[in-house]
Ligand binder design. Structure first.
Ligand code: NDP
Length: 231
């Protein structure tokens, strides 16, 4: 049976590569992003994939657009990947961090994935695979933090991890498993040119981790190579 995959933040980077690889696997993919018409790579992928690939306009901070998702995507969803995210202002020391940019990063990286999940969870529960993914970051690991700094991004991803863990517990009764994943340090607009791996390598690993996700390992924080990351 053809899998149905929904991905947020598909205009570029990891989201775009997730679409590319799931499409080449034969899945039906709903790619959500703010301005589908502005990404040439996305439009090219759409031209090649045709009806197998639906582009859905979605700003994950807009409640009305999130609410509409349940009407736009009518079929059961095997895999929902909450991928969209921002880094926010970088390089701020402890005495430079301010409230508004922090709230914005929390809104996008922590609150919005929960709201998207709320809107689509029943469709995931109706599917065959029943998997929800939170694209987190090792930067959100408290145990792994050896460098300090990055208050805004770290705290938003640490909070996302807490959300993912509670969802894993609360949704187990519906048969839905939740993966909290780290994609590696990846060459994207966010990861920068010096990052260690390319999007193809990262998403190949991420797809394998998603394939191996089940109720048995639901709620774990897992690296793209399959290893478990400390909270
Ligand atoms: P990019 O900056 O390359 O892409 C981010 C994507 O998120 C874009 O498609 C962007 O859309 C989208 N996005 C941002 N804000 C919103 C919003 N309000 N509504 C909808 N879409 C939005 O990042 P990556 O591909 O590198 O990162 C993807 C995920 O992986 C993120 O959650 C990130 O935190 C995580 N990650 C990345 C790492 C890396 O090394 N690259 C390491 C660890 C985690 P638009 O084009 O419209 O701005």
């Amino acid at each position: 049976m053809q899998k149905v995959v929904v991905v947020t933040g598909v205009s570029r980077g990891l989201g775009l590569e997730l679409c590319r690889q799931y499409l080449s696997e034969g899945a039906k993919v709903y790619g959500c992003c703010r301005f589908p018409e502005q990404s040439q790579q996305l439009l090219e992928l759409k031209r090649n994939a045709g009806y197998q690939f639906e582009l859905v306009p979605l700003d994950i901070t807009q409640p009305g657009m999130i609410h509409n998702l349940q009407y736009v995507i009518e079929e059961p969803i095997d895999i929902l990947v909450n991928n969209a995210g921002i880094y926010g202002p970088s390089g701020l020391s402890y005495d430079e961090v301010t409230v508004d940019p922090w709230m914005e990063v929390l809104r996008v990286n922590t609150v919005a994935p929960m709201m998207v999940t709320q809107a689509l969870v029943e469709k995931v529960a109706e599917s065959h695979d029943k998997k929800i993914i939170m694209m987190s970051s090792k930067m959100g690991s408290v145990g792994d933090n050896q460098k300090g700094g990055s208050y805004i991004y770290r705290s938003a991803k640490a909070a996302l991890n807490a959300v993912g863990k509670s969802l894993a517990i609360d949704l187990a009764g519906k048969g839905v498993s939740v993966g909290i994943l780290h994609p590696g340090w990846v060459q994207t607009d966010m990861g920068g040119a010096n990052a260690l791996i390319d999007t193809e390598t990262s998403i190949r690993g991420i797809r394998k981790v998603i394939e191996q996700l089940s109720l048995k390992n639901s709620g774990q924080f897992i690296n793209y190579d399959g290893s478990v990351i400390p909270w």
